[in-house]
Design a protein around this ligand. Structure first.
Ligand SMILES: C[S@@+](CC[C@H](N)C(=O)[O-])C[C@H]1O[C@@H](n2cnc3c(N)ncnc32)[C@H](O)[C@@H]1O
Ligand code: SF4
Length: 374
């Protein structure tokens, strides 16, 4: 079985105002590493049947832990897997916690892809969202990442407090000078419980106008296209052949293991999410129990629905043979969204405009599915 592996590193130097991913500010990594290695052992049977294709260290901030930590995880995965020769091993890094030496060590231990969290290049915006670097540092770090690795992603967020046409322009100029092989472009999501959510509620912070943000999104997308990036997923753009192989496992609804606190996995028709709290997580794996807070075996219909949801995010779309159990739903979708939903060579996919309209399309899909299940 071909397998992708996600490993969650839940440590950060400080918490950004908008972030809802599970992470804590701590530098006590040892117990967590020990627990991660125990969790790998719990998946001995799965790994013994698996050819590991990709590994992704995400966070949190994987660049705050010593590279030796990541190496121990890789070694342990290699020990248990039927075949461990991943073509892609990614680590998410933050500008303030990488340097030339760390990047060199990453290379040595088999990491071949870097994902740098840029978010914005403007000092005022960076300050407003609680990032720990300024434009000057960012430029220095982007430069060393690009000169050390041939497969690099930059993450940007649109709609951040303080964003204007001028800050957009700065981002584009930055990308002109420092051009990675892959770019992710997200709209800011406001999650309840984040500091940003509370500041917005109290009107201490304001967000840029939504229509303006949409316009800036279009300008950003056009810019990326001019630079020969292909929009191969709603929020992801790559130079030819540089798509994220790991993320394609998610979007194709293939098999992946999620290891670590709050990580999620999908094996066969099983879906799970691990507990978030690292103490609880460690306690469970030490008792040799899968550290899960959610576990569900999908019905054939549920599996097909997930496959549609994930697949429609990409330009390759969904193979109709995989989802024929939900054919009536697909026909309804085609009828309502003739211009946005296309079928060609037994594949269903969204047009480029359809991608920008995906929220509405996905919400209809869910509604119709639930109606059918009543
Ligand atoms: C899980 S974060 C971790 C990456 C790394 N620690 C960093 O901060 O750059 C991965 C990416 O998710 C995106 N992200 C995180 N929170 C977001 C939010 N509330 N809205 C939109 N994108 C978000 C950011 O672009 C970020 O780089
Ligand atoms: S955005 Fe990244 S650095 Fe900031 S709190 Fe979230 S995971 Fe940590």
């Amino acid at each position: 079985m071909k397998l992708a592996i996600y490993v969650h590193i839940p440590f950060c130097k400080s918490k950004c105002l908008y972030c809802d991913f599970y992470s804590i500010v701590s530098d006590r990594f040892e117990d967590y590493l020990f627990a991660l290695l125990k969790e790998v052992e719990l998946y001995k049977k799965v790994l013994e049947e698996s050819e590991v294709e990709t590994v992704y260290f995400g966070g949190g901030t994987p660049s705050v832990v010593p590279p030796s930590f990541l190496l121990k995880v890789l070694e342990s995965l290699a020990r248990f897997s039927k075949r461990f020769a991943p073509s892609e091993v990614t680590v998410e890094v933050n500008p303030e916690s990488i340097d030339q030496k760390k990047l060199k060590t990453y290379k040595k231990i088999g990491i071949n892809r870097i994902s740098l969290g840029v978010q914005s290049c403007d000092d005022d915006v960076l300050k407003k969202i609680g990032r720990l670097y300024n434009e000057k540092t960012l430029r220095k770090k982007a430069d060393i990442v690009l000169s050390s690795f041939e497969n690099v992603n930059f993450d940007f967020i649109l709609g951040l407090p303080g964003e204007t046409d001028r800050t957009l322009d700065k981002n584009l100029k930055f990308l002109e000078k420092f051009t990675p092989q892959h770019t992710s472009l997200y709209f800011l999501e406001i999650d309840e419980g984040t500091r940003l959510f509370n500041l917005l509620k109290k009107k201490i912070v304001v967000l840029p106008d939504e229509e303006e943000v949409e316009k800036r999104h279009d300008i950003f997308v056009e810019f990326l296209k001019r630079k020969e990036f292909k929009r191969y997923e709603i929020s992801n753009f790559s130079k030819p052949g540089m798509e994220s192989q790991h993320n394609l496992f998610y979007w194709r609804n293939w098999n992946y293991l999620g290891l670590g606190a709050s990580a999620g996995g999908h094996i066969g028709k099983e879906r799970y999410t691990n507990v978030s709290d690292i103490k609880k997580y460690a306690e469970m794996v030490n008792r040799k129990i899968f550290p899960r807070e959610y576990y569900h075996v999908n019905s054939e219909k549920e599996e097909a629905l997930e496959t549609i949801f994930m697949g429609l995010r990409t330009i390759e779309g969904v193979d109709l043979k995989r989802v024929k159990i939900l054919l009536p739903l697909i026909e309804r979708l085609q009828e309502k969204y003739t211009c946005y939903v296309k079928v060609k060579n037994d594949k269903i996919f969204l047009s480029e405009r359809g991608m920008d309209y995906s929220k509405k399309i996905f919400s209809d899909l869910i509604e119709w599915y639930q109606e059918g299940e009543k």
